[in-house]
Ligand binder design. Structure first.
Ligand SMILES: C[S@@+](CC[C@H](N)C(=O)[O-])C[C@H]1O[C@@H](n2cnc3c(N)ncnc32)[C@H](O)[C@@H]1O
Length: 291
């Protein structure tokens, strides 16, 4: 685990927002809400269906799915599932506080081994979970196994390897070791063993077809965000871990350079970008697959 982040709940509630201003945090929360709505809408949940939210975290998708079933006074259920118990505890705390006590269950299981009977789930939902799993095929096979024939797998995943890279934002002349860091960043972003960047929409489509899905549509969304960089923003870009158990960008650079050199690079980045308006491109994929 990272020394900055003890578990997934802390990462979801605090760490992921640590490099953001209040305004950017509000925009990110609104964006997450719209992504959740898009995934749940794609799933076309019926009131009597069994819905599985895989890697539920703090329940972004599961609470929305539960709302659909509750609004229709349906007999269906939502299974909040996660490999990490702290996430399920956090969702349970919310449900208890709001006296919501029907139409849901909890499942503490990894998405590679869901421990559910085959053909038992109508809709499987997921957001930003495959990006944390190095080998995506066993997880997608398992989702296929538990879905009923005709059931849907609806998901949203970020495609990190085609996002804007730091070196693209920088002026080479303003950074002492620009080309060495550019090369290292490109190597980090094309590491096939790294779950965060070893896939894109094309490889995911292959995974879906291999698992047996007979109809899969993957749509790429590109979001561009523009903002003005402040000095304080830059340090967390490099020190915040991308998940509780994965190295930060600074720790990744430390595999290539000594700490003095990495700290100098971060300082150069701060000096070069402070006060500048930057445009960041982030790509993600929406998946709709039918068993
Ligand atoms: C980025 S969070 C996304 C949480 C939630 N789906 C959301 O949209 O806010 C990733 C989630 O995946 C869960 N996770 C990571 N590896 C997993 C695995 N192998 N099986 C199931 N869940 C996993 C984590 O516990 C965490 O809740």
């Amino acid at each position: 685990m990272s020394t900055l982040c003890k578990n997934w709940t802390q990462w979801l509630m605090e760490t992921r927002f640590s490099a953001l201003t209040d305004e950017m945090k509000s925009q990110t929360i609104a964006w997450l809400d719209s992504v959740g709505d898009a995934v749940v809408k794609m799933a076309q949940i019926k009131p009597d269906e069994t819905v599985l939210d895989i890697g539920t975290g703090t329940g972004l998708l599961a609470f929305k799915a539960l709302d659909v079933i509750e609004q229709a006074a349906g007999s269906g259920k939502v299974i909040f599932s996660d490999k990490f118990q702290d996430c399920l505890d956090s969702c349970k705390g919310f449900l208890d506080n709001h006296a919501i006590n029907a139409n849901y269950e909890f499942l503490n299981a990894s998405c590679e081994d869901l421990t559910l009977p085959e053909n038992s789930i109508d809709k499987a939902l997921m957001r930003s979970v495959l990006v944390h799993i190095a080998d995506k095929q066993p997880a997608i096979n398992e989702i296929y196994r538990v879905l009923k024939p005709g059931g849907y797998f609806c998901a949203f995943e970020p495609i990190i390897r085609s996002n804007t890279r730091y070196w693209e934002l920088l002026e080479p002349g303003a950074i002492e070791n620009y080309y060495e860091f550019k090369d290292a960043e490109n190597k980090i972003m094309s590491d096939v063993t790294d779950s965060l960047c070893n896939f894109d929409d094309f490889t995911l489509k292959n995974n879906l077809v291999k698992a047996g899905f007979n109809d899969s549509s993957t749509l790429i969304h590109t979001i561009e965000s523009k903002y003005t960089v402040t000095r304080d923003m830059v340090i967390p870009w490099f020190t915040s871990p991308p998940s509780p158990d994965r190295p930060s960008m600074k720790e990744r650079f430390l595999k290539f350079f000594d700490e003095k050199k990495v700290d100098k690079y971060i300082k150069d980045v701060q000096n070069n970008l402070e006060g500048k308006e930057i445009t960041l491109k982030t790509n993600s994929v929406l998946i709709h697959a039918t068993k």
